[in-house]
Write a protein that binds this ligand. Structure first.
Ligand SMILES: [Zn+2]
Length: 86
């Protein structure tokens, strides 16, 4: 019997970060976050969530922030968003 399993990314959610200043161009409300969750799958059925990958992009200066480049206010805004979803 052949088992199909592995890691698959789920849909990417885009959310706007309000009241957060872009550390690069100093504009407010120009940042949006892309959140992608990865799942472990077996026969393409989601078994469990492995982790989420987040990036933030500024619509004004087009700067892309990786998770390690997030400012404190970005982290707070993202935390607030994930809290609201529950
Ligand atoms: Zn910017």
């Amino acid at each position: 019997m052949i088992l199909f399993f592995g890691i698959r990314p789920d849909k990417t959610h885009c959310v706007e970060l309000t009241d957060v200043i872009c550390p690069y161009c100093q504009n407010t409300d120009t940042l949006s976050a892309a959140i992608t969750s990865n799942y472990f799958h077996l026969f393409w059925i989601k078994i469990f969530k492995i982790g989420t990958y987040k990036t933030v992009i500024c619509s004004h200066c087009k700067k892309l922030y990786d998770q390690e480049d997030f400012s404190e206010s970005m982290k707070i805004a993202l935390e607030r968003l994930t809290m609201e979803k529950r």
